[in-house]
Ligand binder design. Structure first.
Ligand code: GLY
Ligand code: MN
Ligand code: MN
Length: 443
């Protein structure tokens, strides 16, 4: 299960159809990054670059030249090198780029300074994401200046620089059937991993042990990369939104919040579950938990084509405000609390984000000054939370230090939506049942 060559070709074609006449687009691959001294971070291709090529090597540059007679898709890449391949692994080389990745033309990356200016010359407009990579920006300007220096000899440098992101990121926002299948696979793998964490959790284990359970379960099913750094926060650590230390001991009587998801074939999942370390919610934990779950359901009920991006968020805010007033954590009228944003002491983030090849995926949330209208094929997270700070003196001590978030990955469909990550239980009853089974299994 992966994206076919035909689909990569369709993407390039669709993008080129949106480009202005007589233009060129240049996209560099991601770069290898040093982790320490002579070891690198695991390499991960740039999402835009991969979306258009399926090519996962570093040291490459994609060039799109709509209506070029000798081919529109040009790839610069590392040459084959017997010695380097023995040490560092396979390279497609320019020949493989044509044969296996359908490039019309491919050249060694080391020849780019000699060849690319010739491809740019005569194109009036250039699409290039200036400002993402200072080194590459400099190269692009050098190539353009080389052509500018030959204007008197009749050369035509591009006179207009345009951003490709708008077109490209809008395409990425709408997932094809094949992309949905991969995102569903990613979500299912991660959901099973969350079940594994619930089943193996016990007082006295460390947060990093659950992190390891999740990573192991995902990797065994092909989700070898995490889509982002896992968050495993026991007790009050759940109130730190981007907690990644994950080094504390889990205590009976506390909740643990796990926000973790794998990437599968370049597509992200992003799931949060919060559950009791000892398998049983106490009264306050249950009250807060059920309120977050209710807010999530309210948000999901607003995910239908035609509604705008902010409607699920507004629904979650209203539900949380009403519930916090009922529980005595907020005082006064619902409307006033909403207008004054008093709920932000407890719910300080938004309902979610687009999800795709990047966890916080590309795509505009507004069109002009209006919230974007939801359409089939978009995928978003729905992740309300309530976090009661340990030092919040305005609330009864029994609530302090409780942090709950519930996050699912939701595909917008023709007539509503589909939760891709529902393989991980989230009602109090289902979580307690799964965890009760665990105790028996361990006894
Ligand atoms: N894990 C990042 C997020 O939930 O947005
Ligand atoms: Mn998350
Ligand atoms: Mn998220």
């Amino acid at each position: 299960m992966s994206i076919t060559k035909q689909e990569f070709a369709r993407r390039r074609k669709a993008l080129m159809a949106m480009m202005e006449p007589n233009s060129i687009a240049i996209l560099p691959s991601a770069k290898e990054k040093i982790r320490s001294r002579d070891t690198d971070y695991p390499f991960r291709q740039d999402s835009d670059f991969y979306y258009l090529t399926g090519f996962s090597e570093p040291g490459a540059v994609l060039v799109l030249l709509p209506e070029r007679e000798h081919g529109e898709f040009v790839l610069f890449c590392r040459e084959k090198n017997r010695h380097k391949e023995i040490w560092d692994g396979y390279r497609a080389g320019p020949e493989g780029a044509c044969k296996d990745y359908s490039a019309d033309d491919a050249f060694p990356i080391d020849d780019i300074d000699d060849i690319l200016p010739g491809l740019i010359e005569g194109r009036e407009r250039m699409y290039y994401a200036m400002g993402r990579d200072a080194d590459f920006d400099r190269h692009v300007m050098e190539w353009v200046n080389l052509i500018r220096a030959k204007v008197r000899a009749g050369a035509t440098p591009p006179g207009e620089f345009l951003d490709l992101d708008h077109f490209l990121h809008d395409m990425r926002l709408y997932k094809s059937a094949a992309e949905v299948r991969l995102m569903e696979a990613a979500a299912k793998i991660s959901a099973r991993a969350h079940c594994k964490a619930m089943k193996t959790c016990a007082p006295g284990r460390y947060e990093y042990e659950l992190e390891a359970e999740i990573q192991y379960a995902c990797a065994l099913e092909g989700g070898r990369r995490s889509a982002y750094n896992s968050i495993v926060g026991g007790g009050k650590n759940a109130c730190i939104l981007h907690y990644v230390e994950n080094d504390q001991k889990l205590k009976s009587g506390d909740l643990v919040l796990i926000d973790a998801g794998c990437e599968y074939e370049y597509y992200a999942s992003d799931i949060t579950r919060t559950f009791p370390v000892n398998g049983k919610f106490n009264r306050e934990q249950k009250a807060i938990y059920n309120l977050v779950l209710k807010a999530q359901a309210a948000a999901i009920s607003k995910i239908v084509p035609g509604n705008h991006w902010n409607e699920p968020h507004d629904a979650s805010v209203r539900t949380i405000v009403e519930g916090l007033i009922d529980l005595g954590l907020l005082k006064g009228k619902v409307e006033k609390n909403i207008i004054k944003e008093a709920y932000k002491d407890f719910y300080m983030h938004r309902i979610g984000h687009w999800l795709g090849m990047d966890v916080h995926d590309v795509g505009d949330y507004k069109v002009g000054s209006e919230w974007r209208v939801l359409e089939p094929g978009m995928v978003m997270t729905v992740e309300p939370g309530i976090y009661v700070a340990v030092d919040n003196k305005k609330v009864d001590a029994k609530w302090r230090g409780i942090g709950v978030r519930i996050e699912d990955d939701v595909l917008i469909t023709k007539d509503g939506c589909r939760v891709l990550s529902d393989g991980a239980p989230k009602t109090v009853a289902d979580i307690e049942k799964l965890m009760a089974g665990r105790k028996k299994a361990r006894a």
